[in-house]
Design a protein around this ligand. Structure first.
Ligand code: SF4
Length: 216
């Protein structure tokens, strides 16, 4: 099994939503905003190149957004810049992995940046901690991290710093979460109702939604 930030987030939101999407094949419907977001990431990675979207209107919107933010983004990308790079580590028969938008190595610290193209601002440090932790596990010599969610449309930045102690604390936390994922028993499903239920592809069949139950 591949264990990514998205999978962890889904599991924490609602364990059975994670199980339905990653093991039962329930897929989220096509989302134009997500497609435009991916294309903007590609434009940043390839300095304005890559494969245009099939829908001209979506491509136009991605190009417009890219041109609007490219100057600000370039100012951040100075030094030993790694763009859209996969970072992974084995975990038994499984693999923990992340494709990180940008990380920049400096003498004794690493800066991590995740670009957000949506309209929502959210100060959730989980993704930043997960990326920093995975980089640290790959290269323990780097013990200081500055990690940022950069909301491109809103021009807002949410930044955290992590040192060795924080990384060790997160190590314990995330290992516990991953163990719970690996031990998940679909015969005893765990449901957790939340706002995300409206986007859950399993919602039409979900007994918790039908019965109005909450199992947290
Ligand atoms: S509808 Fe909500 S409670 Fe049910 S599986 Fe999906 S996320 Fe979980």
């Amino acid at each position: 099994m591949n264990i990514s930030y998205s999978a962890i987030k889904k599991f924490l939101d609602c364990p059975h939503q994670w199980y339905a999407q990653y093991f039962l094949g329930y897929k989220q419907p096509y989302n134009a905003a997500a497609s435009i977001g991916s294309r903007v990431h590609e434009l940043i990675e390839t300095n304005g190149r890559g494969t245009p979207l099939e829908t001209p209107l979506e491509e136009h919107e991605a190009q417009r957004m890219y041109k609007e933010i490219v100057g600000d983004v370039e100012q951040l990308l100075v030094g030993d810049v790694h763009k859209e790079e996969w970072v992974s580590m084995p975990f038994g028969a499984h693999k923990i992995l992340a494709k990180i938008d940008v990380f920049i190595k400096n003498n004794n610290h690493i800066r991590v940046i995740d670009f957000k193209t949506g309209k929502w601002y959210n100060e959730d440090p989980l993704q930043l901690k997960f990326y920093s932790w995975l980089l640290w596990k790959n290269n323990p010599k780097y013990t200081n991290y500055k990690a940022m969610l950069y909301y491109l449309r809103l021009n807002k930045k949410y930044e955290i710093e992590l040192d060795k102690d924080e990384l060790k604390r997160f190590d314990k936390y995330i290992m516990d979460v991953i163990h719970r994922m690996l031990m998940y028993n679909p015969n005893e499903p765990q449901f957790k109702i939340g706002n995300y239920c409206q986007w859950c592809p399993y919602s039409k069949e979900c007994p918790a939604i039908k019965g109005g139950n909450k199992n947290e």
